[in-house]
Design a protein around this ligand. Structure first.
Ligand code: NAD
Length: 240
């Protein structure tokens, strides 16, 4: 790792009042949660179009819920890593900090970040398909097909599936954070899922300094600094 690049990013972070961070599955890899597109990716074993779509939930809700119960069980045993922890320190040191995550594992919340936009939702909330009530539920003992206490309609995971739109408030908040930031840090995402894949370009067009942290750089635009390596190893260096 080039020390001058680390020093440059550290200085930028120290001298910036507004910092926005975008994370993807790569930041949780060191916590033992498989990414979707790496060699160990979840999608090597399961096809997303069979599981993470509204159509799959309509036709085979039991199979979809079984997959989500399995993921909740798997992730319930995982804890934040040094990469997540570094972002908590960064938030504490920064006047205007926004963390946009595509992850649904809830590890940024567990680590202690506060201003988080969970762009693709979270595994730890359910939403009623009838009355649309969203509630937090960390139970690992749900029935296979959970139903709403209020209206008895079927519950679904509160996540954004393929073919579904992002919550308008989350999108608006994310775009604002991209436009306003001085430094935009993009960590562990393959930058193929929209709209998040376009956030770095938006931040750059508004003058932000762009930093990518990834084991295999994937941004579709040229960052000001690319740090190649594991998020859990690189992020602590940027703050020390
Ligand atoms: P992705 O699987 O498409 O890409 C992961 C990226 O992380 C790749 O670019 C890879 O090179 C990089 N990476 C792998 N290990 C890394 C490490 N140790 N340090 C830094 N970078 C590393 O993930 P994505 O871009 O977030 O894809 C988006 C979709 O994947 C989202 O919808 C998200 O909900 C979903 N997803 C979430 C989780 C989770 O919540 N932990 C896990 C798998 C997939």
């Amino acid at each position: 790792m080039d020390n001058y690049k680390i020093d440059l990013v550290r200085e930028k972070l120290e001298n910036s009042a507004f910092i926005t961070v975008l994370t993807g599955a790569g930041i949780s890899a060191e916590s033992g949660i498989p990414t979707f597109r790496g060699d160990e990716g979840l999608w090597k074993k399961f096809k997303p179009e069979d599981l993470a779509t509204p159509e799959a939930f309509r036709d085979t809700p039991g199979i979809v819920w079984e997959w989500y119960h399995w993921r909740r069980e798997l992730i319930s045993k995982k804890i934040p890593n040094r990469g997540h922890d570094a972002l908590v320190i960064l938030e504490e040191k920064t006047q205007g900090f926004t963390l946009i995550t595509q992850n649904v594992d809830g590890l940024h919340v567990l680590a202690g970040n506060r201003n988080i936009i969970e762009l693709h939702g979270t595994l730890w909330k359910t939403r009623c398909t009838g009355c649309h009530r969203v509630i937090e539920d960390r139970s690992l003992k749900m029935p296979l097909l959970p139903t709403c206490d209020l209206c008895n309609k079927r519950l679904r995971p509160h996540v954004v599936w393929f073919g579904e739109g992002i919550d308008p408030l989350d999108l608006e908040g994310s775009l604002k954070a991209c436009r306003e930031c001085e430094v935009f840090l993009v960590i562990g995402t393959s930058s193929v899922v929209q709209p998040a894949a376009s956030f770095a370009a938006l931040a750059k067009s508004e003058g932000a300094f762009i930093v990518e942290v990834n084991v295999e750089p994937a941004l579709q635009i040229r960052p000001d600094v690319s740090l190649t390596g594991k998020a859990a190893e690189i992020l602590p260096l940027l703050l020390s």
